[in-house]
Unconditional design. Structure first.
Length: 333
């Protein structure tokens, strides 16, 4: 029996810059708070009351945390030193519920971060917040609208469909009136219940958004049963390990965005440690070993060993980087 060929993990980086520093740094602004009950999200299921016991334990109110200003600025100050890198503001909940959200956007842009992208379910995207976000310089706002006329409420379960429509349409009109540069993306999780209205959803939101995208229905680290469809026979490496570094709300650098419990073996350092930098962790022997294992079919991280979400980890023209550069014109390739 022949010896298995070894794949060099370094070959999977798309550029020398990506080897030195992640092209995308994801900051988890908060853990817990949200104002929606989406069936495609563990936080939404927790809020709606139909989450698994494990998720209920993960999101008990005693676990809720907001990213502090010192943690955030430590991340931004380092990202700003790398021209190829962009910053993603997300959360284990609703990012706009962080009380310093607008200030965080403004700080990142004033510090020199080239592209700052954020998510929202648009429930809290009132006129004042919309104007403040654009004035702060946000480059891309992605509004998660998981459904249309008949499917929105069964999928998002927040009773705010008409409000969300008004908010997003007004955002686009204000953007054009103000001459702001913020790109508007509308997205939905491509789940079975959306199928009857998927075409209508795309047609409607294409009138207002710069891009309409559909995200894979994944399990968030096995937190939602039955989310993934049929599995391919061969597993490909997860792009997250080569392009994205996730920072937890307390400053932990975690190997996977699904590491919500931030287990010790999945934490690579903390940005508040004076001896730690994101760049050094990214290039460390430990991270390199994780990538090498993954590239060669050995899943040494607990979150990787049982993962099914790698099926939606997109490379090349299907990646978010491609959306930012080719469709929205925000990044050089």
């Amino acid at each position: 029996m022949g010896r298995k060929a070894f794949i060099s993990a370094d070959q999977l980086f798309e550029s020398a810059s990506d080897r030195d520093f992640p092209v995308c740094t994801q900051v988890t602004l908060l853990h817990g708070p949200c104002n929606s009950g989406c069936i495609s999200c563990p936080v939404g299921r927790y809020r709606h009351g139909d989450a698994s016991p494990e998720v209920q334990a993960e999101f008990a109110p005693s676990s809720w945390v907001e990213m502090s200003w010192p943690v955030y600025t430590a991340v931004v100050d380092e990202v700003a030193r790398h021209p190829h890198a962009w910053l993603r503001l997300h959360a284990r909940g609703e990012p706009l519920m962080h009380p310093q959200f607008v200030d965080m956007v403004a700080y990142a842009k004033q510090s020199g971060v080239g592209v700052v992208q954020a998510f929202t379910n648009a429930v809290a995207l009132n006129e004042g917040k919309a104007v403040a976000i654009m004035e702060a310089g946000l480059d891309t706002l992605e509004c998660s609208i998981h459904g249309h006329d008949q499917t929105y409420e069964p999928l998002m379960r927040n009773g705010k469909y008409e409000q969300v429509k008004r908010n997003v349409i007004r955002f686009r009109k204000l953007r054009d009136q103000l001459g702001a540069r913020t790109r508007l993306v509308v997205s939905a999780v491509d789940q079975p219940l959306l199928a009857p209205e998927r075409a209508a959803h795309e047609e409607f939101w294409s009138q207002y958004a710069d891009s309409v995208i559909y995200r894979p229905y994944h399990s968030w680290g096995n937190r939602i049963a039955g989310a993934c469809g049929s599995m391919p026979e061969a597993r490909h490496p997860c792009r997250q390990l080569w392009t994205r570094c996730t920072i937890g709300p307390s400053g932990n650098i975690i190997a996977c965005f699904n590491s919500w419990t931030e287990k010790e073996e999945e934490v690579l350092g903390n940005v508040l440690d004076p001896d730690v930098t994101i760049g050094a962790i990214w290039k460390s022997a430990r991270y390199g070993g994780i990538r090498s294992d993954h590239a060669n079919g050995e899943y040494s991280l607990p979150c990787c060993a049982t993962c099914t979400d790698w099926t939606g980890s997109s490379w090349g023209d299907n990646s978010y980087e491609h959306l930012l550069s080719s469709k929205l014109g925000l990044r050089e390739v």
